[in-house]
Write a protein that binds this ligand. Structure first.
Ligand SMILES: C[S@@+](CC[C@H](N)C(=O)[O-])C[C@H]1O[C@@H](n2cnc3c(N)ncnc32)[C@H](O)[C@@H]1O
Length: 285
């Protein structure tokens, strides 16, 4: 398939279309946003920030990069690429956005899987995350994806201009997604299933609950319907102490586990983990 540059970015201040120049993006009202030397653009104005350095820290981002680069989660990326491909219609253009893309592993994987497929649609890719350190890492992975620091609550993208949104273990804002999706557009959600990382959770928590992926009634009330649900389960095989620590750092367990629980996990020499994932595809009316 043919890759094109995204041309539907919107000014985060007034919503006007943004135009790419050599070193900046500008809107007709004169708002200007520099293209960083690494190639990304910061479209998160202070008034959209809820903290000084929102999103994942540099330490979490580097732990995730190391863990994902080991290939342990490649079966997730593979299945995601297949599900995305199945959603691409033979339309003139298809805009894909990864909302909460982190350090870009999954979106880069999907990009590489799709670019070699047969198909007549021109594809554009927008990777968005609220964490600047995450977008800096993403920009190193792939120079053909448009990487943006921004928020899923108010994505700096023109209304009804995106075909497929990926949200991989990410922060979901159905209101934000609804605004930018075309009618008939899709959201692909990847979330932990009931047994995800159960061996690790048994060590860091005194009681382990089997939690189902979150209820989607708020999205359904907005007019989204669930059109596909696919589980994926596999074992990682034995992983070492460094990978266990990276995994702890990159997941919400870092905040939720007790100090004793984290220390017990941090001391483990090895662990064989269950990965239990649920893919859900939502369609906008
Ligand atoms: C658990 S990580 C998942 C990252 C990536 N999708 C992955 O699976 O490797 C969640 C990501 O959501 C980002 N995030 C949190 N709040 C956000 C928001 N309001 N808008 C966009 N991204 C957000 C964080 O910075 C972090 O990179």
């Amino acid at each position: 398939m043919n890759i094109i540059k995204a041309h539907n970015l919107a000014c985060p201040i007034d919503g006007n279309q943004l135009e790419f120049h050599e070193k900046q993006l500008t809107c007709e009202n004169g708002h200007a946003f520099d293209i960083a030397r690494q190639g990304y653009v910061n479209l998160l104005p202070v008034q959209h920030k809820r903290s000084k350095q929102p999103g994942d820290s540099k330490e979490m981002v580097l732990a995730r990069t190391q863990f994902l680069n080991s290939g342990l989660y490649e079966p997730i990326a593979n299945k995601l690429a297949d599900i995305v491909f199945a959603q691409i219609k033979d339309e003139k253009e298809t805009c894909l956005m990864d909302a909460g893309c982190g350090e870009g592993y999954y979106f880069d994987f999907v990009f590489n899987a799709l670019k070699d497929k047969e198909g007549s649609s021109d594809l554009s890719f927008i990777g968005l995350d609220i964490s600047k350190p995450a977008i800096v890492e993403s920009a190193k992975r792939n120079k053909q994806i448009t990487w943006i620091v921004g928020t899923n609550r108010q994505p700096p993208v023109e209304p009804a201009s995106v075909d497929i949104i990926l949200c991989v273990f990410g922060f979901q804002s159905f209101e934000g997604f609804n605004k930018i999706l075309k009618p008939g557009g899709k959201i692909i959600l990847i979330e932990p299933g009931p047994d995800h990382l159960k061996e690790l959770r048994e060590i860091i928590y005194s009681k382990v609950k089997k939690t189902e992926p979150p209820d989607l009634s708020s999205a359904q009330e907005m007019g989204f319907s669930i059109v596909d649900v696919q589980p994926l389960q596999f074992k990682t095989g034995i992983i070492n102490n460094e990978k266990i620590n990276n995994l702890l750092l990159m997941t919400p367990h870092l905040y939720r586990a007790t100090k004793a629980g984290k220390e017990a996990a941090g001391d483990l020499r090895e662990l064989d983990l269950t990965v239990d994932i649920v893919f859900r595809v939502l369609e906008k009316k």
